[in-house]
Design a protein around this ligand. Structure first.
Ligand SMILES: [Zn+2]
Length: 762
């Protein structure tokens, strides 16, 4: 049901925008549809929207987040069974698929400072007035980082800023080593699992990760319950699996974690950490940081605590002990199908996870209730006799928080069938008030722009696309400065270009679909207005969500409209709705970026050599904060990226030809014979698979997509053309030629698939 607010917004939009009035019989622009098909689809989508009910979504959110719902919690399973019953009642063919995964849970966790004075960390999030579930934490796990090692270690403390590679280079200039010591890193700047991994690689024996108030506490917003900032005792739980190597169950890389699957011994699981690691609040971190001596921390390392930040090592010494139960636990994916009437063997997939760290109202249930609303509305359409042309597969995944377990194990189990049948995967996760954020395969960029142009923003009389474009043009929604890349995008938007999709790295369930299985994917959600100050804490609750985030679930309805319309168009389009010039343009842009990366690396190395040779660092050294010179960088050779430029250029020509033939065919329905449509659709459904390279990315063959990957040393952040880009960034210049060959071959493979489809269209 639509709310009064949304109706009045639509009325206002009509009043303010008479110029947008079009003849009633003009078809809306819909890629992949004939004019008649587009008209029928618009009617279908309007009926779908009538089936969305914000109050019902709010009630589901309250129910699903009423108790802790991590892996192994009774409420996690109860939520899966509740959804199963709902999906069946709505007319879907649904079941629960169960996997058995390694999921260690803490039995004993303690942290104390033993010198220069004794302080015991509380490791506790107390109840907050007005947040009902914060007082009902029976059954919740103690705060921890899953897949850290067990251990009982004591050592001097060292502050390592965000604990990323550059931070260790800086630490070396201050002559501070972490060898045999325990590091304290702040959250932010990269995947949390990289912090203990890099600490271990530099010789540390333990790792603490704290939430600095500058990043998501009072430095960013009023703290909860007044606002969205993290309270002093708030803790960020989270996985520290080495996910840039592979996602999913650490013991079953590449295969589904069914009960009888062969499993690695713990000692051979590459994604398990080697040292103990623990998340702490800034209240617990403050006495530790305050007790550090040694050099003053560099300016960019200073957080928001009212102390002078020092690096150590010591005199603070800490004792960290963690002991876990390393047993297998069951996870429950709820998977539902609605068979297609024309192309039952082409699957359009949609997912969101249902497990949280504690109550998980925002992460993930705010997105999960949008997925449920879509399913109910589609079920109501099916009850009237309508069927999608392609098969719809909707899934609520379990075990995402530990490392994308439910989605990865499902993809690995059904790999052969997905390679044959999957057309696209549409993901969502957390959702809140704000602006549409869309990432994914660039062949789907036009579809996302067209869909979001047709969805009205809940708060302003404009489309969600118009608002997302506006914020990209004027600057970050939090008032941040534009980067050079953002300025480029703003210029292109002002010139009328489409809102670009962000390339996908990792951080949610799209990873196994896109980067392992080669399925064109999208990640959709609203947000960007507030810091995630309750992220992965007990305060990510229903009460918090309705007070601070999206109380009326209006943006939940907006997400269901955007994702639902994308799903319905993917399912019903006469031709799979890809515009390949957008993909070709993105590839061309990424290749150009590699040229700039090489030039920049060479300039930087030359400057580094000159400053070292002319002893400039020594002359500039401060007697107050002595800093040594940086390490000497390897010289950057001239690299041959020509095969990538050739591949990108020929791809652009093929994409233009394909898109023209595609548009001509949908414009002239007589040409759209069933045989031709079937041949073209079969080719398009599988086109993204051509971008998988064998044997996969260097050192991490589970990741096979040659265009998009999470960074080996960024984690969530995307690396485009990752084999080549990372070889340059890591200064592994000897690996560049093979990476260029493999990447160019994947681009050429995609071009051949397009050329075959173009021939079929003609
Ligand atoms: Zn999530």
């Amino acid at each position: 049901m639509r709310t009064l607010l949304r109706r009045s917004a639509l009325a206002a939009a009509a009043a303010l925008a008479p110029a947008l009035a079009v003849p009633a019989d003009a078809p809306p622009p819909m890629i992949g549809f004939t004019a008649d098909g587009a008209r029928a689809q618009a009617v279908l989508e309007a009926r779908f929207d009538q089936g969305l009910d914000a109050r019902e979504m709010r009630a589901w959110l309250e129910r699903l987040s009423s108790e802790p719902n991590h892996i192994g919690a009774p409420h996690d399973r109860a939520n899966a069974e509740f959804m199963l019953a709902q999906f069946r009642a709505w007319g879907w063919d649904a079941q629960i698929e169960t996997f058995s995964v390694l999921y260690p849970t803490p039995k004993r966790v303690s942290l104390e400072m033993v010198a220069p004075r004794h302080v015991r960390a509380t490791l506790h999030e107390p109840p907050i007035a007005g947040d009902r579930s914060s007082a009902k934490t029976a059954g919740a796990l103690p705060p921890y980082n899953v897949y850290g090692a067990d251990g009982d270690v004591t050592g001097e403390l060292v502050y390592v800023n965000y604990g990323m590679p550059d931070d260790y280079r800086e630490l070396a200039r201050h002559n501070v080593s972490v060898k045999g010591r325990i590091v304290i890193a702040r959250y932010g700047a990269g995947w949390r699992g990289l912090k203990p991994k890099l600490a271990y690689e530099h010789g540390a024996i333990g790792c603490l990760i704290y939430s600095d108030p500058r990043d998501d506490g009072y430095g960013a917003a009023d703290t909860y319950p007044a606002g969205a900032g993290r309270p002093a005792e708030g803790l960020q739980r989270g996985s520290v699996a080495d996910m840039p190597i592979y996602s999913g169950d650490p013991l079953t890389p590449g295969i589904g974690a069914t009960r009888d699957a062969p499993r690695l011994p713990l000692s051979e699981a590459k994604t398990l950490l080697k040292i103990p690691v623990l998340p702490i609040s800034y209240q617990d971190a403050r006495p530790l940081l305050e007790a550090l001596g040694g050099p003053r921390a560099p300016a960019g390392w200073r957080g928001g605590l009212p102390i002078t930040y020092h690096l150590g090592a010591g005199p603070a010494r800490v004792h960290l002990a963690i002991q876990s139960d390393w047993s297998q636990k069951e996870i429950y994916d709820v998977v539902a199908r609605l068979a297609g009437s024309v192309y039952p063997d082409q699957w359009v997939l949609r997912g969101n996870h249902h497990d949280g760290w504690v109550f998980g109202a925002d992460d993930p249930l705010s997105g999960n209730v949008a997925l449920m609303a879509e399913m109910k509305a589609i079920g109501a359409l099916a009850a009237t006799g309508w069927r999608p042309k392609r098969t719809l597969v909707y899934a609520s995944w379990d075990g995402e928080e530990a490392g994308l377990l439910g989605s990865t194990e499902w993809v690995e189990t059904h790999a052969a069938e997905l390679a044959e049948k999957a057309v696209a995967y549409v993901n969502s996760d957390s959702n809140t008030r704000g602006f549409l954020e869309a990432g994914g395969s660039h062949s789907l960029q036009r579809l996302v722009n067209q869909v979001s142009a047709g969805v009205t923003d809940p708060l302003q009389p404009a489309s969600v696309l118009a608002r997302a474009r506006a914020v990209a043009i004027v600057g970050g929604s939090r008032g941040s400065e534009h980067t050079a890349e953002e300025r480029r995008i703003a210029r292109e938007l002002l010139d009328g270009g489409d809102l670009p999709l962000d390339p996908l790295g990792s951080g949610s369930d799209f990873t196994p679909f896109l980067q392992h299985a080669g399925i064109a994917s999208l990640n959709l959600g609203f947000g960007g207005l507030q810091p995630g100050g309750v992220y992965h804490s007990i305060y990510d609750s229903f009460d918090h969500y309705v007070k601070v985030e999206d109380g009326d679930l209006h943006y939940g309805v907006a997400l269901a409209e955007v994702a639902g319309h994308v799903m319905l168009r993917l399912a019903d389009a006469d031709l799979v709705p890809l515009r390949t010039q957008d993909f070709a343009a993105a590839v061309g842009h990424y290749v150009d970026e590699l040229d700039q990366l090489v030039v920049h690396a060479r300039d930087e190395a030359e400057a580094n050599h000159r400053l070292l040779d002319e002893r400039v660092y020594e002359l500039a050294a401060s007697v107050v904060d002595p800093v040594g010179p940086p390490a000497r960088q390897p010289a950057v050779p001239f690299l041959n990226l020509a095969p990538l430029h050739n591949a990108a250029t020929t791809l652009a020509a093929s994409a233009r030809a394909f898109d023209a033939a595609f548009a001509a065919t949908t414009a002239e329905p007589a040409r759209l014979t069933p045989a031709r449509a079937a041949a073209v659709n079969a080719a398009l459904a599988r086109a993204e698979r051509a971008l998988l390279g064998e044997p996969g990315l260097p050192g991490r063959p589970w990741y096979r997509h040659m265009i998009y990957a999470p960074g080996l040393y960024t984690g969530y952040g995307a690396k485009t053309l990752p084999a080549v880009r990372e070889a340059i960034e890591e200064r592994h210049f000897d690996e560049v030629p093979a990476a260029v060959t493999m990447t160019a071959a994947a681009i050429d493979g995609y071009r051949h698939a397009l050329d075959a489809a173009t021939a079929a269209l003609r």
